[in-house]
Write a protein that binds this ligand. Sequence first.
Ligand code: FMN
Length: 353
Amino acid sequence: MYKLIRSILFLFPAEAVHYFAMNCLSLAAKIPVIKQLFDFASGIAANPVTAFGIGFDHSVGLAAGFDKNARYLYELRALGFSHVEIGTVTPLAQEGNPKPRLFRLPHDQALINRMGFNNDGVKVISDRLRKYRQATMENTRSPERSRGAFIIGGNIGKNKITPNEEAWKDYEICFRALYDLVDYFVVNVSSPNTPGLRELQEKESLRKILSHLQTINSQNGKMKPILLKIAPDLTPPQVDDVIELAAEISLDGLVVSNTTISRDALSSKSQELATAIGAGGLSGKPLAERSDALIRYISEKSEGTLPIIGSGGVFTASDAKRKLEAGATLVQVWTGFIYEGPAIVKKILRGLK
Ligand SMILES: Cc1cc2nc3c(=O)[nH]c(=O)nc-3n(C[C@H](O)[C@H](O)[C@H](O)COP(=O)(O)O)c2cc1C
């Protein structure tokens, strides 16, 4: 059924379809009969997982960048995700790069994006999250609550206009503003679409940003888990630096990985299309092997002490299983949602059983 809908949706520009589909889902969720169906469908048998001190209903979540502005939390929860990572959020609102900036490579079940951290800014997003939190707290007797908590991660970044030397201030602004509203944080220094951002993955820059956040964290009563999201394109010495630093500053985990700037894993059929598309981060099936290898390397090198959220090419239960076996505790989907449709969580969980 979704394949038929997908063939129609794929006739239109990818970014427009993304928002159209999410708004349709939102509207549908407001119709009482459909809402009941949603609620029924979200009653997925839980397979609880604990990671960085947080209990998750199961291991499958939604990766950052899908609901950048925390607009669709109710709907995403109803689709069965155990967690959603909002953002990347920056201090000031940003329009991002000129459109078109999201492209499909159907032959390889991949996407290329150069969105550039388009988001409503931390003030608007934290107000929206606060309302969501208040609404769901008021709703403590509703059936959804008894199914366990829906975990929200806050993925934070820096504005394009902020120079790298002052990036730590942007991370602090977002960290403080979202502190009471999210369950864990992800520091994003690995998006290929903000010029110079990935230079912050160098050990000294990372130390400055992360240790500063840890200091603020320790001054608050209850410490929030802080994870770092890394690029799949790091060199082996850079990966070793990240592992060392993680131990040094008691980082709570890693998200492995963001999109790749490499086009090596694309089939020859998609290479030409990718060249025509130009710059951007590649996601989906061609990323899976690289991300799995990186998860395995980090897990072995850190002797399993560093919790990992696996991201990159998760479409099916076997994709998720490969990441869990490589050492991830949780997995996240993004591109798989576009190709497999909204039943993706249920299908993966059924297959993982
Ligand atoms: C259109 C698009 C926007 C994204 N935006 C973000 C973002 O804002 N922050 C981030 O950390 N990752 C972002 N990502 C990366 C995803 O979170 C994910 O790590 C990556 O796409 C690999 O997973 P996948 O192969 O399942 O798509 C984005 C990905 C896509 C396709």
